[in-house]
Each structure stands twice: as C-alpha cells, then as structure tokens.
Design a protein around this ligand. Structure first.
Ligand code: AMP
Ligand code: MG
Length: 417
C-alpha cells in the first residue's frame, strides 16, 4: 500500500516499525548523551565525610563570641590538615586546626572561619603556633556535610535518564566505572544514482559527487547512531537488491537517498516491494515529497529523496526521531516556538512547508525569523546558514512580514522546552 501521508501520520508509522534497542555495558565516558538502562545506586555517601568548604581554621564557634577586627580572639593551632589528610587529633575549646578546602573536619571542631578573616600568629599560624580570628562564625559555617549529595544506597541517576556531563560526574563519584545504556543503532547509508562519483573524484561529464552519503552519515552521528556508508549503488535492479540484502544483514536501520521518485531509473521502490514491504512513498510536505517507509527482512527502511535538502529535511523529520527512539530516548521532538516573520513569504502548494531559515532574538526580546538562502531543494547552503526550519501549515497562503509563524530549532536538543 502506498499513499500520501500527513507528516504526523508518517512519523507515527516510522516509530511503529522501530524498537528500542537492547542494552550494553560501556565505559563511563562513552555513556555521554545516552539513556541509562538501570537505576544507578551509590556505593558510598557523597561527600564521604564532613569537610571544610574553605581554606581557613576549624574551631569552636562558641570561642569566638564578639570576635571582630578590633577584638580578635587568639587560638592555639594544634594541627594542619590538607585535602586528603585525616587527623584524629581532637580540637578542644580554645584551639583551632589550620584546614584546607576538601580536608576532613577534625574531631571537636564545629565551624570553619575563612583564612581571609584571620591573622597568623606564632609559627606563621601553623601547627604548634597561634592564630588571631577576627570574625564570629555561625555554628556549622563552611562545613560540607557527609551525604549532602547522596547517601549510600540512593539512586543517583534513574533508569531512562539521559546522561549529561554533570551526570557523568555524579556516576563517577558514586563508583560507576561503567554503566549500562541502550545500544547505538547501526545505520546503513546507501546512495543510489548512476550520476554519482566518490567525493575524492572530480566529477566527469554528467556526474556529481555523492554528497548525500556524507550529510546523512553526519546526521546519523549527530542522532547518536553509527553510520555504515555503503559504496554507491547504480540505477540497476540487481545492484539495488544486493545492497539491500547486505544492509539488512548488517544494520538496525536502512537509509537510502535517491531513486524513490517517478524517474525511469528509480529502482528503490520496486526492489523494496519485491524484497520487503513498502508502506508509503509520499508525504504531504515540501521539500521532499517522495519520503518512503518500508522494511527489508524486518529491518526498518527509510528512503529519502535524492535532492540534498529534501534528504536533509526528511532525515531531520523522520529518521532522527526514529534513531533516538531506538536508543531509549523519550524526548523525540526538537524544541519549537513562535517567531515573527521578517519578510513576506508566499506558499504555492497545499503541503506543509519546512523552509530553511535563521531565527534570531531582536533587541525587544522577540524572536524574528528570515529565510537563510535559496529554497531550491537541490541547494544546501540555506540549510548550512540556517538554525531552524520555518514551518508553514498545510493550505496555500501568503504570510506577510510580521506574521506569527512556528520554527523548529535544529540548533537545540530534544527535551528543552
Ligand atoms: P533522484 O531522487 O534519484 O531522482 O535524485 C534527485 C536529485 O538528487 C537528482 O538531481 C540527483 O542527481 C540528486 N542526487 C541524488 N543522489 C544524490 C547524492 N547522493 N548526492 C547528491 N545529490 C544526489
Ligand atoms: Mg536517482
């Protein structure tokens, strides 16, 4: 069956063909940006012990009632504790320990005074000497408490959370040298077309470089997948069959470019029907009306149109969310917000438009959007210069400068509201 789909229905059908991939254990750093597959529990309290938040002196707050620069209180310094040291020596009333940031609090002391509010006395304020304190601390001041971040047995990051750089830090401090996350999808990237030559070649007469293979592979990487770039497939039934067979065996998702239109040598659809399933081959959108969904040997298959911008936009709308879904993400939509149109835009077709545009914030705090170059689907420059897709709804129409329109932010990650 193949008919024209709305963008929303097409997206739902893409998701329906995908599954969340199994999990794998990876070294901690490789978990960045991925979805945690289990609750991560702390093996210790963090902080593991009460410690000083400042370089200064650990002491008894009660000794310093009324202390000020005019009326300093002198204490005996009994120890000198650096970060990583562990002093068992009791700090008695009338005494202080010189202490560094992160060092464990000594027994007895209940507060810390910053070094800036002290004056070294005998022995330069070190162990065996004296210090003049010029400030009365609050009880407990500048002490970071044991277990302030998490307590042993607490869940630090929960199953389903996306691991960012701060999350990596939390997992590290709680003993997770490796974590279990959803696997990255391997994505077969197949460009079709007799006109294509490899990028390192100078195209001869009638030929062009296979740029889609690279732009698609880059989009796969940006979506968290692992691209498998296949050699160019000519406009030939057997070559197309062979490539699809190999891709189905080696990948979790197959993306093709070109060969899905109504040209005389467009073999993607017939081969898909013959070897697998063809679900739809047209979506009511521009650019890129011939977006194609199906499967080969149960592997989801998405056929992008050949025109570079149709390829780019089609990937963004259909393939990226699918690849994120497969990795266990639940935030599947890029942020979208209203913006004021900077100039008139005319729409000639009923389909939904995704124009390549740049949105900026004006001095009065309003978002303003302008097209970022020629909207020909054969040209990629406007996509390169843009940071968003300007979405114009179905139905023909003229949109005057100043109208409210919607933009999809391609420069912001899913999950930001
Ligand atoms: P098709 O969908 O195969 O009819 O291709 C539509 C247009 O996209 C044609 O102008 C092709 O030359 C161009 N095209 C197809 N594949 C690629 C590719 N891999 N890289 C750049 N342009 C392509
Ligand atoms: Mg072609």
């Amino acid at each position: 069956m193949s008919n024209v789909m709305s963008v929303e229905e097409a997206r739902e059908r893409v998701f329906a063909r995908c599954r969340v991939l199994e999990t794998e254990e990876v070294p901690l750093l490789e978990s960045l940006g991925r979805v945690l597959a289990h609750d991560a529990v702390s093996d210790i309290d963090v902080a593991p012990f009460d410690n000083s938040a400042m370089d200064g002196y650990a002491l008894h707050a009660a000794d310093l009632a009324g202390a000020s620069p005019d009326a300093p209180v002198t204490l005996d310094v009994v120890s000198h504790i650096g970060a990583g040291d562990h002093s068992e020596l009791e700090v008695a009333p009338g005494q202080a320990a010189r202490i560094m940031t992160g060092a464990a609090m000594p027994p007895g002391a209940d507060s810390v005074v910053m070094v800036e509010f002290t004056e070294a006395g005998e022995a330069d304020g070190g162990a065996g000497g004296t210090v003049r304190i010029m400030r009365e601390p609050m009880l407990g001041e500048h002490i970071r408490r044991r277990g302030e971040e998490v307590v042993a047995g607490d869940v630090v990051l929960a199953k389903g959370e996306v691991i960012g750089a701060a999350g990596v830090g939390l997992l590290a401090s709680t003993g997770h040298a490796s974590v279990t996350v959803h696997r990255r999808p391997r994505v077969a990237v197949i460009s079709t077309g007799d006109e294509l030559v490899e990028v390192a070649e100078l195209p001869g007469p009638g030929k062009i470089r296979n740029s889609n293979s690279y732009s698609i592979a880059a989009q796969v990487i940006a979506a968290g997948g692992v691209p498998l770039r296949y050699p160019i497939v000519g406009d030939d039934l057997d070559a197309t069959r062979e490539a699809f067979t190999r891709a189905a065996a080696e990948s979790d998702f197959i993306v093709t470019s070109g060969g899905v239109s109504v040209g005389d040598f467009d073999y993607v659809k017939p081969v898909l029907e013959e070897m697998g399933e063809l679900e739809f081959c047209k979506v009511a959108m521009r650019p890129g009306n011939p977006q194609t969904l199906g499967s080969v040997e149960g592997v989801p298959f998405f056929g992008l149109p050949g025109n570079p911008t149709s390829t780019y936009v089609g990937f963004e709308i259909f393939v990226r969310p699918a690849l994120r879904y497969m990795q266990g993400h639940t935030a599947l939509d890029r942020p979208r917000h209203p913006a004021r149109l900077a100039h008139d835009v005319k729409k000639k077709q009923d389909r939904r438009y995704f124009l390549r545009a740049r949105v900026t914030r004006t001095g009065d705090g309003v978002y303003e959007v302008a097209l970022s170059g020629s909207q020909s689907s054969a040209l990629l420059t406007a996509a390169h210069r843009g940071n968003c897709l300007l979405v114009l709804p179905e139905g023909e129409g003229s949109f005057a400068a100043g109208s409210d329109v919607q933009v999809v932010r391609l420069d912001m990650e899913e999950g930001i509201e």
